[in-house]
Write a protein that binds this ligand. Structure first.
Ligand SMILES: Nc1ncnc2c1ncn2[C@@H]1O[C@H](COP(=O)(O)OP(=O)(O)OP(=O)(O)O)[C@@H](O)[C@H]1O
Ligand SMILES: [Mg+2]
Length: 266
């Protein structure tokens, strides 16, 4: 890049990333990953040396794969370790869009659905991003209403469609490495008036459960017997209080897998 990132003007800082202005292009920004890790909407917080580089690499591999798949994303390039160049957001849609294939995590608390229940078609849920409110789930009609009121009704359906499309791309990709994408949460914004996938995709964005056998039978109502949540690769290791070394080694496993996404033909 020919300059130090710290010399740039900071535009925003969140829990896991810092955004800097790009002096040579007002339409893009630098997104710099931090070693910080949080859970419980910021209630639990640690710093893991090396996590920023690992998440940066996973994010790079996944966004480059999705761009190749033709998904509209903000991602442009990863000019150096920890640094991504992305298209600058015009309007942030303050929702987390969650897509689920297998029942795990918070959905288990909302009814008597059993862990491992297979969802086909996929289930997509919208959460309002607000840490003090713990990202409450919103009613579909209400999401439609608030988006319509602000930006026009097409956005809601587009986010649904893109989320499901991305889910299937990533589910197929991870399946080639014997891993089931259980669920995933993504964030969108408007860039040049188009709904665009933004933010990061890394170990905290999804649940990944390895297959128990090479050819699991996933064609049944509940697939818990076919998958191994004890060997999970995702941020649940951190939520469950495993050592920070273990958490980092799981994130490194993810980065090792996504490194091979470049070899997947789309
Ligand atoms: N393409 C983009 N252009 C400008 N800002 C962006 C872009 N993508 C992500 N951001 C912003 O980067 C900021 C820092 O991200 P970070 O994930 O660290 O925040 P956070 O504290 O986790 O909050 P959030 O819950 O919004 O992710 C966020 O405000 C996010 O909206
Ligand atoms: Mg974030």
């Amino acid at each position: 890049m020919g300059f130090s990132i710290d010399s740039l003007k900071k535009v925003a800082e969140g829990k896991t990333k810092v955004i800097y202005e790009n002096p040579s292009d007002p339409k893009s920004v630098y997104m710099v990953f931090k070693d910080d890790i949080t859970a419980g909407d910021g209630a639990k917080h640690d710093v893991i040396k090396g996590k920023a580089v690992t998440d940066w690499k996973t994010n790079k591999d996944i966004f480059e794969f999705l761009n190749r798949c033709g998904v509209r994303t903000h991602y442009i390039d990863s000019p150096e370790q920890r640094v991504s160049l992305v298209k600058k957001l015009d309007f942030k849609i303050n929702l987390e869009v969650v897509t689920r294939r297998v029942a795990a995590g918070s959905i288990l608390k909302w009814s008597n659905v059993k862990e491992g229940t297979w969802f086909d078609p996929l289930i997509t849920q919208f959460h309002y991003k607000d840490d003090p409110l713990h990202d409450p789930m919103l009613d579909d009609d209400y999401v439609d209403y608030i988006i319509k009121a602000k930006e026009g009704g097409h956005i809601y359906q587009e986010m649904r469609d893109i989320n499901a499309e991305v889910f299937v791309f990533l589910e197929k990709a991870f399946s080639q490495f014997g891993i089931q994408l259980v669920d995933m949460k993504l964030v969108y914004g408007l860039i040049e008036n188009k709904v665009t996938l933004i933010d990061e995709i890394s170990g905290g964005s999804f649940r990944l459960w390895p297959y128990r056998t090479e050819n699991p039978n996933l064609n049944q109502e509940n697939v818990l017997s076919e998958l191994n949540p004890d060997a999970r690769l995702d941020k649940d290791t951190y939520r469950k209080g495993e050592s920070l070394d273990k958490v980092q080694s799981k994130f490194e496993e993810i980065a090792k897998i996504t490194d091979s996404f470049k070899d997947i033909s789309v």
